[in-house]
Design a protein around this ligand. Structure first.
Ligand code: SF4
Length: 262
């Protein structure tokens, strides 16, 4: 497994321009390796090095705050917890959210795969975050297992139920991100029913425009345009297919749909 000393690099990167939230300052509470409870077939981090469900401390909050102070944080619109895997697996996420908001006065966002939302402790820790975007890419268990490749114990039903539970307690802005590829395109209609059930503030329609690295490289956490490491392009959906899904989801759900192709 490829690892680096998380104290030897900055846990804060960017800001990078995101189509969803503007100038986004990335915060990586993991850094050490790629660490996630999913191993999505399209992950910009490549094949996940530590495919586990375990919460631990990687980068102490004092180091994260020191990295923040040295970054270009003033240029950002929002502070995004994402980085080298599932950010809520970092034990200090709650502390980091509060301290970053206090220091910068900027809104905060978490990109999560939803696997920790069944844990009341995690739900409580992330309540202060202004926006939470949960990933839901499949409408059937089979496609969920094929696309997201979760650690053994997780099912799509878990993610849906836990997202609903979180929504009951959360007063911030809830988004659902749907990554479409040819493999799950046919599930768009069934996915609409799940989205109606969840009723998020926003649904994001995306396709994997970032290539899939041959190995884990720290810069892959923030790569948007071009990558300085070996990587393969992935099968994306076309503009026409994206427009069709967007129209279908908008008509069927009545929800606020935003698309990477807009
Ligand atoms: S949930 Fe995110 S970090 Fe984890 S494997 Fe999927 S895309 Fe990568």
């Amino acid at each position: 497994m490829k690892t680096i000393d998380p104290l030897s690099v900055s846990s804060v990167y960017g800001p990078v321009l995101s189509w969803r939230v503007g100038w986004s300052l990335g915060v990586d509470l993991i850094c050490e390796t790629s660490f996630c409870s999913f191993n999505c077939i399209y992950c910009q981090l490549g094949n996940i090095q530590e495919h586990v469900y375990e919460r631990k401390l990687f980068v102490p909050t004092e180091k994260v705050m020191a990295d923040l102070r040295e970054s270009d944080w003033k240029k950002s619109d929002i502070i995004t917890f994402s980085g080298s895997g599932e950010p809520t697996l970092a034990l200090n996420i709650g502390e980091a959210i509060v301290q970053m908001k206090d220091f910068t006065g900027k809104p905060t966002l978490i990109l999560t795969n939803g696997t920790t939302l069944g844990d009341p402790q995690v739900r409580e820790e992330i309540l202060p975050c202004d926006k939470v975007f949960v990933k839901i890419d499949a409408a059937t268990e089979k496609t969920f297992q094929r696309v997201n490749r979760p650690v053994e114990s997780f099912s799509l039903q878990n993610i849906i139920e836990w997202t609903l539970q979180f929504k009951e307690e959360y007063h911030g802005y809830l988004g659902v991100q749907c990554m479409f590829m040819p493999v799950n395109l046919k599930e768009a209609e069934a996915l609409a029913d799940i989205l109606i059930r969840i009723g998020p503030d926003e649904v994001q329609l995306n396709t994997p425009k970032r290539p899939y690295p041959d190995d884990w490289y720290l810069p892959s956490r923030g790569s948007h345009d071009g990558v300085p490491y070996p990587a393969k392009p992935l099968k994306v959906i076309t503009q026409g297919e994206a427009d069709g899904v967007e129209e279908l989801l908008r008509e069927k759900t009545g929800l606020n749909i935003v698309s990477v192709y807009q």
